[in-house]
Design a protein around this ligand. Structure first.
Ligand code: NAP
Length: 298
């Protein structure tokens, strides 16, 4: 079987990619934690490594021939990035440079970007919409994406919005958090002025597998069929999981006084994936049903 290399194999998208790709590839996964702490370590060749360390990245990439390399490792804490711009830059830009520096010309690199590269004033956005990243996280992700685009190598840039899904020991998962709070009978405040079409990680992993197998190139948006505000998303979660929606209360983004700016009118137009990969973009409700089955499968 051909080999695939996944950086960030223990993250939300990383775990979903390992599960997806191990069905038809030998997966080599890299993460910052020691081996054996995650269930996915049982189905891949896991290596502990730091993607910001150029020597380690070179050793891992030069070691073998990969059918593709996928990088999901990133500095993803949007608010903390405002206080740690150097760390965010090191991970979201420096690490990309480390990979590109040793990437063989014939090996496709899948790079995960974000809707945050747009200013969030007039979404949903097509792949070629005008970019205007706001805040440190967004600016570092944009710089990383630009480096990938201008590398002249075989690259596939995939842009999700708010990513949700199932996995082990995830730092933040909106659905798992909300289900936990509502199950415990606690009230929650959810913003009603941030719009996007959330991305279900399991289906994103499926899409990435398709893009790799078709040797696609260029930019690809992926999210659900409808653009909704976060409150509506929360109400859909309560409905699918059979939880008490009366505990969910609307608030505004402004009232949260968060460190980093949030795109309010965001979202991604996904026609290109639907047309060119012949892949159905599902409504949120159906994806949440799939997630529920995944979460309670054992
Ligand atoms: N989450 C979202 O809502 C969202 C939305 C749009 C786009 N994206 C993009 O999608 C991609 C995947 O996001 P995600 O939510 O799956 O991220 P995640 O869960 O935070 O996973 C990232 C993984 O990278 C690991 N990592 C951190 N620093 C590392 C280093 N120096 N070397 C090796 N591994 C390192 C992390 O380990 P630790 O956990 O131990 O730090 C974590 O396992 C990212 O590029 C992100 O920018 C995410």
């Amino acid at each position: 079987m051909a080999k695939i290399l996944i950086f960030g194999a223990h993250g939300l998208l990383g775990q979903n990619l390992v599960n997806q790709f191990s069905q038809n590839y030998n997966v080599v996964g890299v993460g910052i934690e020691p081996k054996g702490q995650f269930q996915v370590d049982e189905i891949m060749d896991y290596r502990q490594g730091d993607i910001t360390n150029a020597r380690q990245v070179a050793e891992i990439i030069e070691d073998r021939e990969y059918a593709a390399i996928i990088n999901t490792a990133a500095y993803t804490n949007v608010d903390r990035a405002e206080d740690e711009p150097d760390k965010a830059f090191q991970l979201n830009v420096g690490a990309i440079q480390n990979i590109l520096g040793v990437l063989p010309d014939t090996t496709p690199l899948v790079h995960i970007s974000t809707d945050y590269i747009f200013d969030g004033k007039s979404g949903p956005y097509r792949e070629n919409a005008t970019t205007a990243p706001q805040g440190v996280y967004a600016q570092t992700k944009f710089a990383g994406e630009q480096m990938v685009t201008s590398s002249g190598k075989h690259t596939i840039i995939v842009r999700p919005n708010v990513l949700y899904g199932h996995g082990e020991r995830l730092a933040s998962s909106f659905v798992a958090w909300l289900v936990g709070e509502l199950t415990a009978g606690r009230s929650v405040n959810i913003v009603d002025d941030q719009f996007n079409n959330p991305t279900y990680a399991k289906r994103l992993a499926e899409v990435i597998n398709l893009l790799v197998s078709k040797r696609a190139q260029g930019d690809w948006n992926f999210g659900s069929r409808e653009v909704v505000n976060r409150l509506t998303f929360a109400l859909k979660i309560a409905d699918v999981f059979g939880l008490n929606a009366d505990l969910i209360h609307p608030i505004s983004t402004e009232s949260l006084a968060q460190r980093a700016p949030r795109p309010l009118r965001s979202g991604l137009v996904c026609d290109k994936i639907e047309a060119e990969l012949n892949y159905d973009i599902l409504p949120i409700h159906e994806e949440l049903e799939l997630l529920k089955r995944e979460m309670y499968a054992g």
